[in-house]
Design a protein around this ligand. Structure first.
Ligand SMILES: Cc1cc2nc3c(=O)[nH]c(=O)nc-3n(C[C@H](O)[C@H](O)[C@H](O)COP(=O)(O)O)c2cc1C
Length: 191
């Protein structure tokens, strides 16, 4: 089973990266094949809304690092997309990446005339959000909405991890978080 983690924070040693890495480490211990990408390291341009992806069979026409990601995502069974909460939403890096999934035939059943439900098995997805605010309910409506959006894109959303209180302590300082993320990584492989 291949699992790819995408960190959409510019802080490679930050909270979001830490959480994703714990899930990936545990999945690897259970025999999973893992891969990790930092979106800030990549040249990923915003969608041009040219609908080039709908006009032929070549997919997205923008020649940037997203092309590498389309290829590797195609071979994955599960993705982890993690973002810090910025102004109550996902980061710009996460949104740019998400918009570009529009060009993929596997992810746009509501949008793509090329999509065929029978051709593709749903990929599992774990969403990770980290936030400064200690209140887990603060952005709940947004997280629920985002989960639904990814389900519409044809993902089997297994979990939305929300890690709160990053103003007072970092993710690696939170008691019990590592154990919880290890469990999630194992579940991803075993279930
Ligand atoms: C531009 C910016 C906007 C932010 N907006 C929010 C916010 O709306 N609510 C919140 O709880 N935390 C907010 N934060 C705090 C981050 O979500 C929090 O520190 C997060 O854990 C950072 O993740 P990282 O360590 O992976 O970069 C913001 C941080 C930045 C830099």
């Amino acid at each position: 089973m291949k699992i790819i983690g995408f960190t959409a924070s510019p802080r490679k040693q930050g909270n979001t990266a830490w959480v994703i890495n714990k899930i990936l480490e545990s999945a690897k211990e259970q025999g999973g094949e893992t891969e990790s990408w930092y979106i800030s390291d990549l040249d990923i341009k915003p969608c041009l809304s040219c609908y080039g992806c709908r006009k032929g069979d070549k997919g997205c026409i923008i020649n940037d690092d997203m092309q590498k990601l389309y290829n590797t995502i195609e071979t994955a069974d599960a993705l982890i997309l993690g973002s810090p909460v910025y102004m109550g939403q996902m980061s710009a890096q996460a949104k740019t990446f998400t918009d570009r999934l529009f060009a993929s035939k596997q992810f746009s059943p509501r949008f793509s005339p090329h999509f065929k439900e029978t051709n593709t098995t749903k990929k599992k997805l774990i969403l990770v959000f980290t936030q400064g605010n200690p209140d887990p309910g603060m952005f709940q409506v947004y997280f629920e909405y985002t989960k639904k959006m990814f389900q519409m894109l044809n993902f089997d959303v297994k979990e939305v991890v929300v890690v709160t209180g990053m103003r007072s302590e970092s993710a690696h300082e939170q008691k019990g978080l590592q154990a919880g993320m290890n469990e999630l990584g194992s579940k991803l492989i075993l279930e």
